[in-house]
Ligand binder design. Structure first.
Ligand code: F6R
Length: 608
């Protein structure tokens, strides 16, 4: 949520900041602003709405300066308005601050500042930071920021400039990621590498409670206690073109089509047919304990939680490990009691989801061991966990997660297979699974080849205001994910259910206006799913079946069929979810929704 980009260097800052903001827009998009510094002059502009509004505002303006900070906002404190947009400034307009996160004690701080005569101009918690930094400033900006950090509670990633310290930006983090980018033309700071990949792939991650003073020629990092920190640069693997549309109308569609490649990246170098045992170098630091473990908890939020939910079935199928799945946002409210040698696996595309981070911190406190399944290299979750497996799915820009979901399922399957092969899973089953995994990218291509048909089905049903998604076992979480996808990008109300629950309530909803998407691959659940379809048909409900190609029994009863190729039972979710993603996409398209930036949503949920 919210995006930060800063630049200090030898080139004009304005176009660099605007370009960076556009690349971060998927993180928040209700208002935006930037401040460019030229000597002791700071020119700040803000606008409500998308980045293009800000661009319109600043296009004709001369904003000289090679130093600047910029922000795209997803409102938490205060409605989206120009006054609430960032940068926020102090009374004398010396200090300009951009901020991701939430200052939890801002009410108390604000009251105190108001008592001292400061009049607030916005409803934001961020404005408190600007006033405090101004009050602490006595010539050393990093010192003023450090003193402010000591006073505030909550989370922040901030970028600060001061009229009297031209040529430098001070940045600091607690709970909200910040990355410094190093290039020949100067330095960048951003909440997300995608804001700077066009200019550099050399980055340095700021750690918790650290701050940095960044200039055109260098940067110095120190702790909140003013202890200097030395850290070398890392190279990121993402390229600028990975974060571009490349001819697709939307990132969501592009990322749906990137799934064969994302899967290949997830399995590349990790499959070894001979022994039927995958290789996962990232978990080697914990391997000796992990292979003894009999208790595992998969935690995540949203779509990643549904991947975890499929993962539970896969672990039960392939291993002897007692596997639980937990919603990260509820995890801390539970009385956690982990048997010895329990592993908690945090699953997250961004690696920055606040609830997932909080859940693993709590799990660690209670003695669990931690593994991460994360896409963004160097993200907070990858740092908090002892070991992990990266997805290597490339940047996911569309707010609705697609390629990362199938990639997560693949990684969880590899992990389960590895553990299963060290338990009771036979060599034959291991080799069979590896062959099936290797075939998956090709099968996804086949599933994608149904896109035109799925578009036509979407056109037929997109005006229905309520949908139901049904599945069983491995495909029950796909019903949940299908409903979530449809809701978030098309705003159609949809519910996902375990098909066995139909008779316990939801069947009352069935009528000719309510389509049901029945996920019915040819697996052990097939007959039961078929009965569910008959029940819906006898109540005149339209049925769209996602079925294995050549399934004549389904053809006889469903109104519309979307076919997927055959695979192993526990790998079907990787295929059945593809039509669900495309249905959501095309319905949203026919309803003219803002597909990549659905209302009220942001890509990375870094506040609780
Ligand atoms: C839905 C979606 C969200 C995320 C959730 C977790 O399409 O994208 O539900 O899956 O916010 O995000 P990560 O995986 O980054 O932890």
């Amino acid at each position: 949520m919210c995006g930060i980009v800063c630049y200090v260097g030898r080139k004009p800052a304005k176009p660099i900041l605007l370009e960076g903001l556009k690349r971060l827009e998927y993180r928040g998009y209700d208002s935006a602003g930037l401040a460019v510094q030229d000597g002791e002059t700071i020119h700040c502009e803000r606008a409500v709405g998308k980045i293009v509004e800000l661009e319109r505002r600043v296009n004709g303006l001369e904003m000289k300066g090679t130093v600047g900070i910029a922000h795209t906002r997803w409102a938490t404190h205060g409605r989206p308005s120009e006054e609430n947009a960032h940068p926020q400034r102090d009374r004398d307009e010396n200090v300009f601050v951009i901020h991701n996160g939430i200052i939890e004690n801002y009410h108390v701080l604000k009251k105190k500042l108001e008592k001292d005569g400061i009049v607030f101009r916005s409803e934001t918690d961020t404005e408190v930071l600007a006033h405090l930094i101004a009050l602490h400033f006595d010539g050393d900006l990093s010192d003023a920021v450090r003193k402010t950090m000591a006073q505030v509670e909550g989370t922040f990633g901030i970028g600060v400039i001061h009229r009297q310290t031209p040529g430098q930006i001070v940045v600091a983090r607690r709970g909200s990621p910040l990355i410094i980018g190093v290039s020949d033309d100067g330095h960048f700071v951003a909440s997300d590498v995608s804001a700077m990949v066009r200019y550099t792939n050399k980055v340095v991650h700021l750690e918790e409670n650290e701050l940095a003073t960044v200039t055109a020629d260098g940067f110095s990092i120190s702790t909140a206690q003013a202890k200097p920190v030395q850290r070398s640069t890392e190279t990121v693997e993402w390229r600028a073109e990975d974060a571009e549309l490349n001819g697709f109308p939307h990132f969501m569609l592009k990322e749906i089509y990137e799934q064969p490649a994302a899967l290949e990246n997830a399995i590349r170098g990790r499959l070894e047919q001979g022994e039927g045992v995958p290789k996962l170098g990232g978990i080697m630091p914990v391997w000796e304990s992990l292979k003894q473990s009999r208790h595992m908890v998969l935690v995540a939020c949203g779509t990643s939680y549904y991947a975890a939910s499929v993962g539970k079935y896969i672990f039960e199928r392939l291993t002897e490990i007692d596997t639980e799945v937990g919603l990260a946002s509820e995890f801390r409210y539970r009385k956690l009691n982990f048997p010895p040698n329990t592993f908690v696996v945090a699953i997250s595309q961004s690696g920055e989801t606040a609830d997932t981070l909080a859940a693993i911190k709590e799990a660690k406190r209670k003695g669990a061991r931690l593994i991460g399944v994360v896409n963004v290299v160097g993200s907070s979750i990858s740092r908090e966990t002892e070991a992990g497996i990266y997805n290597h799915a490339g940047p996911e820009i569309g707010v609705a997660s697609t390629k990362n979901f199938t990639s997560q399922l693949t990684i969880l399957t590899l992990l389960a297979l590895l553990l299963g092969r060290h338990q009771n899973l036979s060599l034959t089953e291991g080799i069979q699974a590896i062959r099936a995994l290797e075939a998956l990218p090709g099968l996804i291509h086949k599933a994608l080849a149904q896109a035109n048909h799925i578009e036509a089905v979407s056109e037929k049903y997109c005006r229905c205001t309520n949908w139901l998604f049904l599945g069983r076992k491995y495909n029950y979480p796909i019903a949940l994910e299908g409903a979530l996808k449809l809701k978030e990008v098309s705003y159609i109300h949809a519910e996902g259910y375990a098909a066995g629950e139909m008779k316990h309530g939801p069947i009352a909803l069935i009528n000719p206006e309510m389509p049901t998407v029945a996920i019915i691959p040819l697996d052990e659940m097939h007959e039961k799913m078929l009965s569910n379809i008959h029940e819906i048909k006898s109540r005149k409900g339209p049925v769209i079946a996602i079925a294995t190609e050549g399934d004549e029994k389904v053809r006889d009863v469903a109104d519309d069929i979307i076919e997927i190729p055959p695979t192993l039972d526990f790998l079907y979710p990787i295929l059945t979810v593809i039509p669900c993603q495309l249905l959501a996409y095309y319905c949203a398209k026919f309803l003219n929704r803002d597909i990549d930036k659905p209302r009220n949503l942001a890509k990375s949920v870094t506040v609780e």
